[in-house]
Design a protein around this ligand. Sequence first.
Ligand SMILES: [Zn+2]
Length: 106
Amino acid sequence: MFADLVDIPIDSLILAHPEVRKNKVGRYVMSFVSQKNIEPVSVTKCVTNGNYYLTDGHHRVVAAYFLGNRHIRAQTLPCTYDVPECNGKCSEGDGAYSIQNIVLVG
Ligand SMILES: [Zn+2]
């Protein structure tokens, strides 16, 4: 299955963890500014609750947001891709972190 490429509002992403490394975000900021080709991030869209779960690309998302972007291009797969039956499992035990409470660490 090929993932759809979708521009997703960064505010609506549910992040897997609350911390990103400052240096790595800085490198992506420089890459975005110099318009280098940057891999799309990876997102799982829950078929039950419609939420977008960021599975890969936390540093890219923070860098894009820092530069004023409010959307990020993402490879998007339904949550049933790995797990045949979601039944809302996606929303259990997830961190529920968002871009609003992300923390930059050394
Ligand atoms: Zn799901």
